[in-house]
Design a protein around this ligand. Structure first.
Ligand code: URA
Length: 198
């Protein structure tokens, strides 16, 4: 696959796992196709399932505020999730669902080829860093996976009702600017060799 559009077409009306039976709309991902900065969340929630777009609910509003705090908008970044379909009742993704769905996320990462990947919460962090360590210990620490700089942070949904996590999120976001400036004006080297976990 050479483009995100081709990848989206390839995924089609997906029923590779049972979430295909319960979702309303598949949530592929949005944003700048050559973004330096990519966010990876967990899975669509109710609003995302209805709209077919990631982070359009309350957590998305906080994500917009966080982006604004470093002078970015959604149009500057690419946003995707570990799962492309909503788990019923917003339950956690199952290992088999993650295994079935993430080859497409890997392709998105390869095609966008960001410099910095920000993982939102435990599921994205564990997938990208191939770690069992929890987000509370890892958040705000600069990591690397393949050719990518990775910054794990709390999931914005976890900060909606927890003011201290909200403050932590804004503080961690402040790091993103520094990480992006290290990417260089020329952009970083194209992905060569192993992509994370691939
Ligand atoms: N939470 C996520 O992890 N992803 C979304 O798209 C929305 C809420």
């Amino acid at each position: 696959m050479e483009t995100l559009n081709e990848l989206r077409e390839h995924i089609g009306d997906c029923h590779r796992c049972d979430l295909g039976d319960t979702r309303t709309r598949l949530v592929f991902g949005v944003g700048r196709t050559d973004a330096d900065l990519m966010f990876i969340g967990e899975a669509p929630g109710r609003n995302e399932d209805l709209k077919g777009e990631p982070f359009v609910g309350a957590a998305g509003k906080l994500l917009d505020e966080l982006l604004a705090s470093i002078d970015l908008t959604r149009d500057d970044v690419y946003i995707a999730n570990i799962l492309k379909c909503r788990p019923p009742g917003n339950r956690n993704p199952l290992p088999a669902e993650i295994e079935t769905c993430t080859p497409f996320l890997r392709e998105q990462v390869r095609l966008v080829n960001p410099c910095v990947i920000v993982t939102l919460g435990n599921f994205a962090t564990k997938f990208v860093l191939k770690t069992t360590a929890g987000i509370t210990g890892l958040r705000g620490s600069v990591q690397h996976a393949g050719s990518f700089t990775v910054l794990p942070i709390f999931h914005p949904a976890a900060a909606l009702y927890d003011i201290s996590k909200r403050d932590t999120l804004f503080a961690d976001f402040a790091l993103i600017g520094q990480l992006l400036s290290a990417c260089g004006a020329e952009g970083h080297e194209p992905v060569q060799g192993r992509l994370f976990g691939a």
